[in-house]
Design a protein around this ligand. Structure first.
Ligand code: 4LC
Length: 599
């Protein structure tokens, strides 16, 4: 588990004791005034507000009160609670314990006078409801102590570090904030002090001591170097917003030390071509099946599909380290991913790519834990609309596909198989921030995987293209299309030729490639002029038992042209560890990358 240090006052009930003891350790935000602060969290969606502050003895108080309750009742509760705090503190003293043992009753001090003053110095009337009374800038007085009320300041709601830290690989915290944004937070990275030999008992239990600032560690992303190997790291994050308002800092320590990274990775050479983000007019596009964790760590995967791959390098955290470095180094504008676990999107890749300037959207497959993700560079594009579908559901229900439904009706076995598949299509309309008249349609899909599923993939591709045609024709005419994905179709298949040429003959052999009783024969057409931007590489998937080109970036040849294709890793690089995935490559697929140009 993560070693969390709660610098914030917003602790969960079960962690309150830890909040109280850790509070004194944590740093304060730069906006902190001399006065202590009382943090008030009050949002319309919740019936209660919370008031949090630290008493003079260092113990934290965290109260939930009804928003509608009169202030006087909340103040009375605070007074009561504060005096209990003093009694508790007194109990710990030798004298108090002796008194207790002798049966002498403890006399609690009288509750302190508690009052709330508005910003202009007037005491707030005790009949005013809490939600109205606790305004930003008010002052809460408890006996002699005064607290400045901060209502809804930026707060860290989630801060995690990955389990595996590798030297040379970017470390991106999973950070979520409330009333603030990750981009406006302040960061300080610390490393364990190398005073004692690594692994010694005192080093392992080095509480707040033994941390020194990591050189250059003031950014959201920190890349540990070889000098950090064997050391744990700590991040202190002060939440902020765009108005430079800051909340209470929160800390997180890594669960383990930084470890040595692998030597050269398959993407190192590719990164030499993609050091910089492309200029205006160019769109660097990536498609990549990243191998879902739910598939990578099955018995079948370890023993049959990827027996050549070291088990530790099939682990999620290890692969995520490689993947984040690989994707960050492509400086892409658009990234279409397949086999993205839901949790990978929300807790790992989403936060990491956010730190690298990319915004993402996710589409989950029905009854599955993985799906598609499309990321776009935030300063180049904004998301105008999304038109995602499940291919089976659209075929079944959407009037758009009536003709295809009718064509399939004579082949109930094929129809049934198509309807059983959970493949989805993600369609995102992006608008150029530089030239708002320029829009692009980015589609992303992952078709059925079975080697003998050629006919199923043909129907899936037809549904996808009809849907895209509908979205573009009806809502975004004359918008160029970029259609990415794992099509599970080699260049010799009917699906590839259908997408590439716009037609498929009813006697194409793929209509009967699957051993159904009835061979389904139908002709299909689509209106796009699509070309594979990266051509037909020898393979984009390389496992022990199979290699072939299954992934493509199809582009609208009328509106876009290919400026450059980033070379794929050499055959030697791919086969250094026999096949993929490996210690130096996180997936069984290879990313396709190209720079596209508006015509
Ligand atoms: C997987 C696989 C499928 C592309 N491909 C071919 N055979 C395959 C066998 C397995 C992919 C294959 O990795 N998955 C089953 O579900 C997942 C995963 C999803 O993509 C899984 C679940 C549990 C454990 C492991 C994985 C294949 C071989 N030759 C081909 C030719 C064409 C298309 C596909 C294949 C063509 N044209």
């Amino acid at each position: 588990m993560w070693r969390l240090l709660w610098g914030t006052l917003r602790g969960l009930p079960g962690l309150r004791r830890r909040v109280a003891t850790r509070q004194r350790l944590s740093g304060r935000g730069p906006a902190s005034a001399a006065m202590e602060r009382a943090v008030v969290r009050c949002v319309p969606a919740e019936p209660k507000l919370s008031v949090s502050f630290v008493l003079g003895d260092g113990s934290a108080r965290h109260m939930q009160r009804d928003q509608a309750e009169p202030l006087g009742r909340a103040l009375a509760r605070i007074a009561n609670n504060a005096s209990k705090g003093h009694a508790k503190a007194a109990k710990k003293s030798k004298k108090a314990r002796a008194e207790a043992e002798a049966g002498t009753p403890l006399t609690a001090p009288p509750p302190p006078a508690v009052c709330l003053f508005s910003q202009d110095g007037e005491a707030v009337d005790e009949d005013v409801p809490n939600a109205e009374a606790w305004q930003d800038g008010a002052v809460l007085q408890i006996g002699e102590a005064r607290y400045r009320v901060e209502r809804n300041p930026p707060a860290v709601t989630e801060l995690q570090l990955p389990r595996s830290l590798l030297a040379g690989f970017p470390l991106c915290p999973n950070l979520r904030t409330e009333f603030g944004s990750a981009r406006d937070c302040l960061f300080r990275w610390f490393q364990e002090q190398k005073a004692e030999p690594a692994g010694s008992a005192s080093a392992a239990s080095a509480g707040g001591a033994g941390w020194v600032e990591a050189p250059g560690g003031t950014e959201r992303v920190f890349t540990p170097s070889n000098a950090h190997i064997g050391l744990r790291l700590k991040l202190v994050c002060t939440p902020g917003n765009s108005q430079r308002r800051y909340g209470l800092a929160r800390e997180v320590e890594s669960s383990g030390p930084v470890e040595a990274g692998p030597g050269a990775c398959t993407f190192d050479a590719r990164h030499l071509y993609t050091k910089k983000v492309t200029g205006p007019g160019l769109i660097r596009t990536v498609t990549y099946n990243i191998l879902a964790d739910i598939y990578a760590q099955t018995e079948l995967s370890r023993t049959v599909l990827y027996p050549y791959c070291a088990p530790y390098s099939l682990e999620l955290d290890y692969r995520q380290n490689l993947l984040k470095k690989e994707l960050a180094g492509y400086s892409a504008d658009i990234i279409c991913l397949q086999e993205v676990d839901k949790s990978v999107f929300t807790d790992s890749l989403g936060p990491a790519l956010d730190a690298f300037g990319l915004e993402g959207v996710f589409k989950l497959k029905e009854k599955q834990h993985e799906g598609l993700a499309t990321f776009y560079r935030r300063d180049k594009f904004s998301l105008l609309s999304q038109h995602d579908i499940a291919l089976n559901q659209a075929l079944l229900e959407d009037p758009l596909h009536k003709e295809l439904r009718d064509k399939l009706a004579p082949y109930p076995q094929v129809q049934e198989k198509v309807l059983q598949r959970s493949s989805v299509l993600q369609v995102s309309i992006l608008q150029s921030t530089n030239d708002p008249s320029r829009k692009i349609c980015v589609a992303n899909t992952h078709l059925y995987w079975h080697p003998k599923g050629g006919n199923i993939r043909l129907v899936q591709a037809a549904v996808a293209l009809s849907h895209i045609r509908h979205v573009m024709h009806d809502m975004y005419p004359a918008t160029p299309l970029i259609f990415c994905g794992d099509f599970n179709s080699t260049p010799s298949t009917g699906t590839y030729s259908f997408v590439n040429s716009g037609t498929i003959a009813e006697d194409h052999e793929d209509w009967g490639s699957n051993g159904e009783e009835q061979r389904c024969t139908m002709s299909l057409t689509h209106p796009f002029r699509l070309k594979s931007a990266c051509g037909e590489p020898a393979y984009t998937n390389y496992v022990g038992g199979f290699h072939g080109c299954l992934d493509y970036i199809f582009i609208d040849a009328n509106a876009l042209e290919v400026e450059q294709v980033i070379p794929l890793p050499s055959h030697e690089e791919v086969t250094t560890h026999q096949a993929l995935p490996s210690v130096s490559h996180p997936s069984d697929h290879i990313a396709l990358i190209c720079d596209l140009k508006w015509k």
